[in-house]
Design a protein around this ligand. Structure first.
Ligand code: GLA
Length: 381
């Protein structure tokens, strides 16, 4: 991948680039909790976005995406959202840097990677993190990782139109080999928890579907949670987010809110509680207990938060009663993408064969399978 991106850079532009990488992420537990100021438990994986970059002496920005074999050029002083999507993850970062008073000059950039797009593994956050890290380095902006993360997140809000939480960018930037990141999305305090898999593997099943609902439904979920908070806050002025709400408080207000809003809030409150237990399971290496919580999370995402889809539910249902599987659930925003599975090492090969065949038969779709390892966050290569 490195050799290829340098060769492509030499072919498209001139000069010697510097190459940066930023990983995709999985999330062990804590889905749709980040923008509710709750907890998440992601980890960076061995799939990356790479950017090869060099400074220019003028104000020109030239971008080339290997996946799309497409060039996009603009002037650094007139950055605005492009009509095609991929440049926006890059330009959105430039825009945020400029809005925060940082001076960025012209540059040439080639982007490549092996994070599947639309698979719920945060390829977009990985682009934003790789780009902000690269620009920070080559233009010597002096930003810390903690300062870069919200800029990358904001780029997604403004140029990609998804009001995402902070989990993906945080995980990509702060990932640590062999560790999950327990992040408090309110205070941004975090703790690394070693992932001892005690005979299990983390295997992702990519449904290879991406329903076109992601950004609209995502933003709707966020609003529904805010609606619940606003109702509860009438009687409890200290309540600022679902992080401040427990089930007793929610139940006490059930009659004041729409049944759908109630379901959304219930899921988030329970997911936060589950996550605290999951961290203990992970520390103890108790994969069975952790896996049980993953199945519970999936149930909540499917029936209460309603962000799953039939293909993903099929994949979770298929492994549910298998002795070799401790747990499984959808990962990321939802409406397609991957499931994350904890599968006994010795049984994984056979199970993969079975599920691939069943998925093809029942859904008429090809399943992609990734056995992932947990790696470090954004870096210069
Ligand atoms: C997407 C968002 C994250 C998070 C997840 C759901 O990946 O980018 O901020 O909300 O969905 O947990």
């Amino acid at each position: 991948m490195l050799k290829k991106i340098i060769a492509v850079f030499a072919e498209k532009f001139s000069g010697q680039p510097v190459v940066f990488r930023s990983p995709g992420r999985i999330n062990i537990l804590g889905e749709h909790t980040d923008y509710n100021e709750g907890f998440v438990l992601p980890a960076a994986i061995d799939k990356n976005i790479y950017v090869a970059i060099s400074k220019r002496t003028d104000k020109q920005v030239n971008l080339y995406a290997c996946d799309f074999e497409q060039v996009y050029s603009t002037d650094i002083e007139t950055i605005k959202p492009a009509s095609i999507q991929w440049p926006n993850y890059i330009l959105g970062v430039v825009d945020q840097l400029q809005k925060n008073g940082h001076i960025v000059g012209g540059f040439n950039l080639v982007i490549d990677g092996d994070i599947p797009i639309g698979a719920g593994l945060s390829s977009s956050a990985a682009i934003e993190c790789a780009v902000v890290f690269a620009l920070n380095e080559i233009f010597e902006l002096g930003l810390s990782r903690l300062q870069m993360v919200p800029l990358a997140q904001k780029a997604e809000h403004v140029f990609a139109g998804v009001n995402c939480g902070i989990m993906d960018q945080f995980a990509s930037m702060f990932g640590k080999k062999g560790h999950a990141l327990k992040l408090d999305c309110r205070s941004l305090e975090y703790e690394y928890i070693p992932i001892g898999l005690t005979g299990y593997k983390i295997i992702l099943f990519n449904s290879n579907v991406k329903h076109n609902l992601v950004s609209t439904e995502y933003n709707t979920r966020r609003k529904q949670c805010e609606e619940g908070v606003a109702i509860i806050a009438i009687g409890h002025p200290a309540v600022k987010s679902l992080r401040d709400v427990n089930m007793q408080m929610l139940n006490a207000h059930a009659a004041d809110m729409d049944a759908v809003v109630f379901k959304r809030c219930k899921y988030v409150i329970e997911e936060n509680e589950r996550l605290l237990g999951a961290c203990i399971d992970l520390q103890k290496g108790d994969m069975k207990a952790l896996g049980k919580k993953m199945f519970e999370t999936h149930y909540g995402l499917q029936h209460e938060y309603e962000v799953s889809c039939k293909e993903i539910d099929f994949l979770v249902d298929f492994v549910k009663d298998k002795e070799a599987v401790a747990g499984a659930r959808m990962v990321g925003g939802g409406f397609g993408g991957c499931t994350i599975n904890l599968i006994k090492e010795e049984a994984s090969e056979k199970l993969i064969e079975q599920i691939k065949a069943a998925y093809q038969n029942e859904m008429g779709l090809t399943l992609s399978v990734y056995s992932v390892s947990v790696e470090d966050g954004t870096s210069k290569t």
